[in-house]
Design a protein around this ligand. Structure first.
Ligand SMILES: O=C(O)c1ccccc1NCC(=O)[C@H](O)[C@H](O)COP(=O)(O)O
Length: 205
């Protein structure tokens, strides 16, 4: 079975639909205002409505308030939440929705201990991303896949600097449940390139 694919940072309904038709299993919507990929609630609702059935919509938050997450959930029928900041299990679980927790790979962090602390009914996976000081995600930077443990207590989603040329090697090395990409399939920050998306999907094994 092929590794699942999430394409993150969609900013218009037509492109999101195309990305899904090219083979993405999930698309990510960034609710983090400093990001160039940030979407409004209204635009996110439009994008989710344009997705074909069985393609998951993932709403991404970075240290957002409860009110902010709840306000998005009221208007946008998201399938999954993605917490990309310093949120703990209690924060992530309080919305009663399935979620994935991002972990930025930083020297000194005990990756397995961190992942184990999120094992719970609503946590559906751990997303590994690169650590870049001051920028929480979508950086296009990768990290040392060789240094990762072989076994994880939750399904693993690999991200950070993936692109059509390195994704097959990354999968062979890490054997994740899914891969996630943003910068590697863009013309410039926030603008997806459908040719790169197609190449990425084809390269995923
Ligand atoms: O995409 C963003 O702008 C972003 C901003 C703040 C936190 C997270 C963000 N993206 C999260 C993702 O899931 C990205 O796909 C992931 O960080 C990998 O990004 P890239 O290295 O650019 O492929």
């Amino acid at each position: 079975m092929r590794t699942r694919i999430k394409i993150c940072g969609l900013r218009d309904a037509a492109t999101a639909r195309q990305v899904a038709l090219l083979g993405a299993d999930a698309i990510g919507l960034v609710f983090y205002p400093p990001s160039p990929r940030h979407v409004s609630v209204a635009l996110a609702a439009e994008i989710v409505a344009a997705l074909p059935v069985f393609v998951a919509s993932v709403g991404l938050f970075v240290n957002a308030s409860v009110e902010n997450v709840s306000a998005v959930l009221e208007k946008v029928p998201l399938d999954l939440l993605q917490f990309h900041g310093d949120e703990d299990l209690a924060f992530c679980s309080q919305f009663g929705r399935p979620f994935i927790k991002a972990l930025r790979v930083k020297p000194g962090i005990n990756l397995l201990e961190y992942a184990a602390s999120f094992v719970s009914p609503l946590c559906r996976g751990i997303l590994l991303d690169a650590w870049v000081d001051g920028v929480p995600g979508g950086t296009g930077e990768s990290f040392d896949w060789q240094a990762l443990p072989n076994e994880w207590p939750l399904p693993l989603i690999l991200s950070g600097g993936l692109h059509p040329e390195n994704v097959a090697a990354a999968i062979a090395c890490v054997q994740p449940w899914a891969v996630d990409v943003s910068s590697g399939v863009e013309q410039c920050k926030g603008i997806k390139d459908l040719v790169l998306v197609e190449s990425f999907v084809r390269a995923v094994i």
